[in-house]
Design a protein. Structure first.
Length: 430
């Protein structure tokens, strides 16, 4: 009798010490678990071998990317139910100890071997970034990491992001607004916070596909230098700029922020870029941007933040994100980001948390991907499309549950005279 699902459910509940909150359908057609719950489909027993060799989140992620496990029903509901068993528990069973010293875990491993088949570990899916050399956040290594994430096809990103081609948190008037309107409102908010006006020189750090540069030049008359490490992004941005007739106002460079030498600028926007900088380079990042601004110039730093740990040494980078999504990316608490900017000389003038806005944005991106799944797969690969669906849906839940946030920090290079140029009343942005 086919009973793989029942055996998997019993094994999981024994290890977890609680009822499994999802239903399981196994490769042999069997099902077990609470009726009506989201269904975790284990398509191939190879998924169990991945868990044997890499227990926890990374083993599950590899099985997901390879298409060996899937979710039937509401993906958000399934991830929400599984979060307490995987991410919020660090991927380890309660009271876990080394399997060699724990007869219970040794027995579980033997049971998985019987269910999963031969022991050799399956090779990781092709989309996994496995070999990284050299010190963290050198220019060469940063360029490789950016290429892994952004050079996966402009057509794929156009499908996910929609016409705005903005890959950062939108700014929503209401949940019923369109994604394009919310992204336009975000770009306009940044321009107003920076007080851009005709002829101002703007540096857009991590310019992506050129949307901020185009908005600043077209709507505010700014002269913009946009920098990115992605050649695919740069080519796409230059084409858009030419079509808009803005080549006399916008220059797009494939350039590291550390190599920009033609300051001063009147304003700097950094939208969704600082997450790539890394803790070992963040002071250098802040110092570099400070040096590139004129006295009285403004910086708008738009950045995802994690919750602080009581013991910061316990913080570790998410394995799935590091190997499949944002290699070498790091999140910092907003307080640490503010302190580093102030240590560089900036005067912090405003912090606007927009956490709920990112949850709405991510859900729209997931909806775009799911609505045109076959074409998305053609534009990249089945594994890559599955990665983006999982990471965006899980990230939406993380923002909704306040595990991570996102903040716009407005800072000024205030001159010695103390004349910041800021309005007396905050958030008028005039």
């Amino acid at each position: 009798m086919a009973d793989a699902a029942l055996r998997l459910t019993a094994l999981a509940e024994e290890l977890l010490g609680e009822a499994l909150p999802v239903r399981i359908r196994a490769w042999d057609g069997s099902e077990a678990g609470p009726p009506g719950a989201p269904v975790l489909v284990v398509r191939h027993r190879r998924a169990l071998r991945r868990l044997l060799w890499k227990p926890g989140e990374l083993g599950l992620a590899r099985a997901w990317v390879a298409g060996e496990i899937d979710v039937e029903g509401d993906l958000y509901a399934a991830l929400d139910r599984l979060a307490g068993l995987i991410w919020e528990r660090g991927g380890e069973p309660k009271d876990a100890v080394h399997p060699i010293r724990d007869p219970r875990l040794r027995a579980a491993a033997k049971a998985l071997v019987k269910l999963g088949g031969a022991l050799p570990p399956p090779p990781p899916p092709a989309e996994e970034l496995r070999r990284r050399t050299g010190r963290l956040h050198t220019k060469r290594r940063d360029k490789e990491a950016i290429s892994h994430h952004y050079d996966v096809g402009n057509d794929f990103y156009a499908l996910v992001l929609g016409p705005s081609m903005v890959y950062s948190c939108a700014y929503w008037e209401s949940p019923e607004a369109t994604l394009e309107a919310a992204q336009r409102d975000k770009l306009d908010l940044v321009c107003r916070k920076l007080a851009l006006k005709e002829g101002d020189r703007l540096l857009d750090v991590g310019c992506g596909w050129g949307s901020m540069a185009i908005h600043a030049a077209r709507e505010y008359g700014a002269r913009v230098v946009g920098i990115t490490l992605s050649r695919e992004q740069a080519a796409f941005a230059r084409k858009r700029i030419a079509e808009e007739g803005l080549t006399d106002r916008i220059e797009i460079r494939v350039q590291d922020y550390r190599d920009v030498k033609d300051g001063p600028f009147d304003a700097i926007s950094s939208i969704g870029m600082a997450e790539h900088v890394g803790s070992v380079r963040y002071a250098e990042y802040a110092d570099t941007l400070y040096a590139l601004l004129r006295d009285g110039g403004r910086l708008l730093n738009h950045q995802i933040a994690r919750r602080p740990e009581r013991d910061e040494s316990a913080y570790s980078v998410d394995e799935f994100i590091d190997k499949y999504v944002f290699p070498d990316g790091e999140l910092a608490p907003v307080g640490r980001t503010l302190a580093t900017l102030e240590e560089a000389g900036f005067e912090a003038r405003d912090v606007e948390p927009i956490r709920e806005h990112y949850a709405l944005t991510l859900r729209r991106w997931v909806a775009n991907l799911e609505a045109d799944w076959a074409r998305a797969v053609r534009h990249t690969s089945p594994g890559r499309a599955r990665i983006w669906r999982l990471y965006m849906a899980a990230s939406a839940l993380s923002f909704e549950r306040n595990r991570i946030g996102v903040n716009q920090i407005l800072a000024v290079k205030t001159p010695e005279s103390g004349a910041s140029g800021m309005p007396l009343r905050a958030r008028t942005w005039n």
